[in-house]
Structure formats: structure tokens, C-alpha cells
Design a protein around this ligand. Structure first.
Ligand code: FES
Ligand code: FES
Length: 152
């Protein structure tokens, strides 16, 4: 089936199969590999995107359901050649190791700070609790989000 999707402010078209996930469509058909596929079961958060401003796991959304809704992926966070403040903070604090979890964590952190610019530590942990990282031990990730909050 042919779908039209609004992704990062652009109208894109793709031929997809009926049960195809939004994650598969973004990565394999639309050339947007930023959203990662680690579990494909809604467990790890590495595929997090915004759908009409709500953070979702793209692996759990059917592409057909996303038609007519606004999708923002990690590729759409940066504007005019500038990194998003959360992306900048991840770089500055060294919060990236293998990087597989990073796009999803950045999406979740950007979503948190858009809703709550000064989160408490508990709020920060709660907001990122759906995003798994195998490498960092999370401390530098939390440092990054705190830095982005301070600089906002
Ligand atoms: S790949 Fe979607 S939650 Fe893990
Ligand atoms: S940096 Fe490797 S999984 Fe998080």
C-alpha cells in the first residue's frame, strides 16, 4: 500500500506492506536510520520518535496508523545546522559509547525538557526509564540531560 507520511516537516511517500512498523519504514524505505532497532518489542526505547508530539516506540506503531500525523525523528531535532541542546550536551559530557541507545535517549530527554525544563532527579530517571543502555551506566547520560536543562 502507498502511504504519505509527514516526517521532520517533509511530506514523504513510500510503498509499505500492511503490517509494517513505522520503524521499518523510517529506516528501510525513507533513508532515516537514526531511530535504532534493538528489540522490536517496545522494551528498549532505541526507536523513540515523536508522533504528534507524543513520545512513542516506532517499532510498535504501524506505518499505516502514522499517516496524517506529524512524525519527528532524531534527524529532525537539529535545526539550521545546529545540534539540539540535548545532542550538544551528550557530546560535551561524553554520554555516548556504542551509540546504539543514544538517538532514543536524546528523543526522550528532549521530550522531557520540552514538558519540564527543570526536572528533578526522580523525574529525570522516570522519564528515561524506558530507554535501555548497555554501556554507560547512565551517569553520563543523566549528566548530559542536567547540562542541557541548565543551558536551556
Ligand atoms: S526497538 Fe523499539 S523499543 Fe526496542
Ligand atoms: S551507549 Fe551503548 S547502549 Fe548506550
Amino acid at each position: 500500500m502507498r502511504v504519505e507520511l509527514d516526517v521532520n516537516g517533509e511530506r514523504l511517500e513510500a510503498d509499505v506492506w500492511q503490517g509494517e512498523s513505522l520503524l521499518f519504514t523510517l529506516r528501510e524505505r525513507l533513508g532515516l536510520p537514526g531511530s535504532k532497532n534493538a528489540c522490536e518489542q517496545g522494551e528498549c526505547g532505541s526507536c523513540s520518535v515523536l508522533l504528534d508530539g507524543t513520545l512513542v516506540c516506532a517499532c510498535l506503531v504501524l506505518t499505516a496508523q502514522a499517516e496524517g500525523h506529524e512524525i519527528v525523528t532524531v534527524e529532525g531535532l537539529a535545526g539550521d545546522g545546529e545540534l539540539h541542546p540535548v545532542q550538544e550536551a551528550f557530546v560535551r559530557t561524553g554520554a555516548v559509547q556504542c551509540g546504539f541507545c543514544t538517538p532514543g535517549l536524546i528523543m526522550a530527554a528532549a521530550d522531557l525538557l520540552a514538558r519540564n525544563p527543570s526536572p528533578s532527579d526522580d523525574e529525570l530517571r522516570e522519564a528515561l526509564s524506558g530507554n535501555l543502555c548497555r554501556c554507560t551506566g547512565y551517569q553520563k547520560i543523566f549528566d548530559a540531560v542536567r547540562l542541557a536543562a541548565e543551558q536551556a
